[in-house]
Design a protein around this ligand. Sequence first.
Ligand code: NAD
Length: 488
Amino acid sequence: MTVTKNETTVLKNFINGQWVESSGTETLDVPNPATGEVLARVPISTQEDVEKAVQAAKKAFETWKNTPVPKRARIMFKFHHLLNEHHEELARLIVQENGKAYKEAYGEIQRGIECVEFAAGAPTLMMGESLSGIAEDIDSEMFRYPLGVVGGITPFNFPMMVPLWMFPLAIACGNTFVLKPSERTPILANKLAELFTQAGAPEGVLNVVHGAHDVVNALIDHEDIRAISFVGSQPVAKYVYERAAAQGKRVQALSGAKNHHIIMPDADIEIAAQHIISSAFGSAGQRCMACSAVVVVGENDKFVKVLKQKADELIVGNGMDEEVLLTPVIRQSHREKVLGYIQKGIEEGAILIRDGRKEMDEMTEGNFLGPTIFDHVIPDMTIAKEEIFAPVLSLLRAEDLDEALEYIRKSRYGNGATIYTKDAKAIRKFREEADAGMLGINVGVPATMAFFPFSGWKDSFYGDLHVNGKDGVNFYTRKKMITSRFDF
Ligand code: NAD
């Protein structure tokens, strides 16, 4: 819903170390997904706002790139300290604007803090390489340099962790940054900018411009932006990748997912079902590493029965409630789209064994949808192919591991996959043949930590160098080679 400025708080942009009003006239509501209460309004910023932010970042780069690396790292240590100090407050903010459970939000912050820890290692991470004697009296050295101004565009589902995948490492490597947070969860980004400034970041090093498509396009098209880090849905990731790459920019665009979990006949049913419940329904299924398709190998109706029973026992509600696991989806419009998928699943012949529309009808406020499970889904059905990004789980049946792996191979996405088994041979086959970039062996959410690349494959990622780990350092730096002759 679009409203005019003058009601509730309109968020400000953060440009050149100052909180400034957007020059745009439009704003969007930021409602709490569990209650509908409008928490703030987010401005739809303009090209003019982006221009100011990029100019501030460009100017700051001139000094920041020459700031000694250990000094840059020290700011990360202070930022780390502040994030820890504000851990609970940040978690509450995430619950309010995103809707996820407090425990999930707390964990998200921990994951974000680990990115700052990693970035604080910049003096080691940025080290080059050298080799003396590449020929007689000739040595070679490689140094790393920052790129310049980097643009970051983030999704609604991890308002803290995803921005922290990007700006701490980019900035520790000597770049300056313009962040465009999701317009659906924009509040936390301002808190991050506030804490980063308190940690000692000079003006212009981190800038935040709120808004939607126009801000994204202005960042992609700006000649002073050297690289774009993007995380979001598949069509937008592909669009951002193609548009920015066509202009010669470095791009890493993390995209949608359809993560398969294989249940082998020897799997511990209780444990596997518990992991799948929390992977598929935690954060209302709105995680890029959520389990959204289970492949049951062999006749295993017992597993299906246990899974359904656990889904029935789930508590649906407001994320501030401690025992709640299943929280609301982000917007009513998203829930409408999900209802369309449920209808499609029924029409295409899948068997709805657990209907989450029951809880939806019982809850009068908030964008709730109960756990929904389809059985006997086949790979060609829409619900098996598309990312639904909601608490809707598909169960597919396979005769053996080969057939299960074939389902994963057929999927256009390749973010994650998991196998539940104790069979070493099956584990090795899965590790070698599963066509996805982040695998779990008896692990419900095999998301990698900050020191490893977040390595989605196929349509789950566009680009070459992933976020985090050494890939992240390579993405945010360019290399210079020096060859020196000493026979004078
Ligand atoms: P989204 O694509 O709607 O939005 C992401 C960002 O792109 C936002 O900042 C938004 O303002 C901007 N945007 C949206 N439409 C645009 C357009 N047409 N032109 C230009 N910019 C546009 O994604 P979302 O719904 O916020 O996030 C959920 C998606 O993100 C899911 O598909 C999920 O799988 C994906 N995701 C992927 C990863 C990963 O690591 N692969 C991690 C988190 C989320």
